[in-house]
Ligand binder design. Structure first.
Ligand SMILES: [Zn+2]
Length: 251
């Protein structure tokens, strides 16, 4: 049984407003730039939430974390223009720092109630070998916020009414159930990744690009074995699959 079908939820590319929550300033481009570009082409409103300030993304001889934050913020804006991002919300938590999931969850509940998206994108915190604490904490907080954003007891109404976000789409997932054809957007996706010059415009880019291309063409095989192309992978779930539904792993 597909709960999303039973609930009559729209396909990912048919939604009208999304929030894409990224732990660091480049995660959205690396994982879902192609999907977001297609959504923008279809008139979907795109809000970015960047949770940490990226200060741990040092490179070369640049050692000043505050300078790294400034550079990465501008790179995020540049990449967002290539995507068609309508709005940026920066939460400014310290990259790799000692913040807790509950604090972040409360903040995201407020944002869900304020923005009222049809769908939230974020990292999959249950990817088995994910070792980065920011990715685990952000994915968990985004999920808990989705579960409770319509609960006025746990999260009392302050400035906005309660709101239920219908769906969540995890990227960087080991359990995909959705494959998005991004063939038409693949080259522009690569450009949006390199817009994060401090992270990718270096001697390893040719190797990293090759990896992205291989992974995307392998994913495309789930769409077609007759033609060649590129795809992004997602685990898309209804909000009710985020609590006490053991089959969520297989849905
Ligand atoms: Zn990241």
């Amino acid at each position: 049984m597909n709960i999303r079908n039973v609930l009559g939820l729209p396909e990912v590319l048919d939604v009208k407003k999304v929030i894409a929550i990224q732990p660091h300033p480049d995660d959205n481009e690396v994982n879902i730039a192609g999907t977001l570009m297609e959504l923008h082409n279809r008139g979907c409103e795109i809000v970015y939430v960047t949770v940490t300030d990226g200060r741990a993304g040092g490179w070369g001889t640049v050692q000043d974390p505050n300078q790294i934050v400034r550079v990465r913020e501008q790179e995020k804006i540049n990449a967002g223009k290539m995507i068609g991002v309508d709005k940026h919300i920066d939460l400014g938590f310290p990259d790799g720092g000692n913040y807790d999931i509950e604090t972040l969850t409360k903040r995201l509940v407020e944002i869900y109630r304020q923005e009222k998206p049809d769908l939230v994108f974020t990292v999959d915190p249950w990817m088995p070998y994910e070792a980065h604490p920011d990715h685990v904490k952000v994915g968990r907080a985004a999920s808990s916020a989705l579960l409770f954003s319509n609960n006025p007891i746990l999260y009392p109404i302050e400035t906005h009414d309660v709101f239920q976000v219908p769906q969540i789409a995890f990227y960087a997932t080991s359990y995909p159930n959705t494959w998005i054809d991004i063939t038409a957007n693949f080259e522009r996706k690569m450009e949006s990744i390199v817009a994060h010059k401090s992270q990718f415009d270096n001697e390893t880019w040719s190797f990293v690009r090759l990896y992205f291309a291989e992974a995307a063409s392998e994913a495309y095989l789930r769409i077609s074995t007759e033609t060649k192309g590129f795809a992004e992978t997602l685990k898309v779930l209804a909000h009710m699959e985020l609590h006490s539904v053991p089959t969520t792993l297989f849905s």
